[in-house]
Design a binder for this molecule. Structure first.
Ligand SMILES: C[S@@+](CC[C@H](N)C(=O)[O-])C[C@H]1O[C@@H](n2cnc3c(N)ncnc32)[C@H](O)[C@@H]1O
Length: 250
């Protein structure tokens, strides 16, 4: 019971923490436009909270990321929390990290260098929706072995979401894989689902467009034609969780 109450209150705590970093971003006065302010804010929040509050996902994320092979498209690597779990060459040949928040880039590059991946990891400063930029960077249709999305599909813009997913699917070679780890809408516990909808009123504003109620499994199932679908709910027994995780490889 206590675990359940803590779980229900965790988003409120994260909202408060985000408000603190929003105030800090304002004080730093590092921004000139709304977008930049939002990016500074989220970068401050994530660089502090990512390693601290999402550690319980560590084992699943590391297992998933270690399955990357060949040419990898890493969507939204953030500050590089997952990079240490990437296999080394020759299992991977090159990684393209699509990170539109340039305020994350310095920390991300630091991790890439520290992990000895400087020559094979390229940061690209645009989002997954930007098909033209993808092609411009040499990421042609059918050229990628692995698409990796960890805690990022919740943040892709709603309007261009289906197009973005279709574009990423198109990048995959025949027989390529899409590795997924995401928090999703809880469809099994009415209270958890309702609380997600309540928190969702504030969530995208406070977390740079992140959505707490996204039905990611259904969205992915509608994208492309899959030979194998290995997606699983990672927290089967805790079906009341407010941010149940969906994981697996495709
Ligand atoms: C919650 S963080 C996760 C970072 C990292 N994947 C991890 O799990 O440690 C989400 C990241 O996705 C990035 N992002 C947001 N919208 C994106 C988009 N449209 N395309 C690519 N990345 C995006 C954000 O800038 C942020 O760095």
């Amino acid at each position: 019971m206590l675990a359940r109450i803590i779980n229900y209150l965790t988003p409120a705590f994260l909202l408060l923490l985000s408000a603190f970093f929003g105030a800090k971003a304002l004080l730093l006065r590092l921004f000139f436009t709304t977008t930049t302010f939002r990016d500074v804010w989220f970068a401050l929040f994530w660089q502090y909270s990512g390693p601290r509050f999402f550690a319980k996902d560590h084992a699943s994320v590391s297992r998933l990321v270690s399955q990357c092979r060949g040419k990898v498209l890493d969507i939204g690597p953030g500050s590089g929390e997952m990079i240490k779990h990437l296999p080394r060459p020759p299992l991977i040949t090159h990684v393209y990290g699509l990170e539109p928040n340039i305020r994350m880039h310095a920390q991300l590059q630091k991790v890439i260098d520290a992990e000895g991946l400087t020559d094979i990891y390229t940061i690209l400063p645009f989002g997954a929706e930007d098909a033209d930029a993808l092609r411009g960077a040499g990421l042609e249709a059918g050229s990628v072995d692995t698409v990796l999305t960890v805690r990022v599909l919740c943040s892709l813009g709603e309007k261009r979401l289906e197009g973005a997913l279709a574009g990423l699917f198109e990048c995959l070679k025949p027989g390529g894989q899409w590795l997924v780890f995401e928090h999703v809408r809880n469809g099994r516990c009415v209270v958890s689902g309702a609380l997600q909808e309540f928190y969702q009123i504030f969530w995208p504003w406070m977390f740079a467009g992140c959505n707490l109620n996204r039905r990611t499994r259904e969205m992915l199932s509608r994208t492309g034609k899959w030979d194998v679908n290995d997606l699983v709910d990672l927290r089967e027994e805790e079906h009341w969780e407010i941010a149940p995780m969906l994981g697996g490889g495709w």
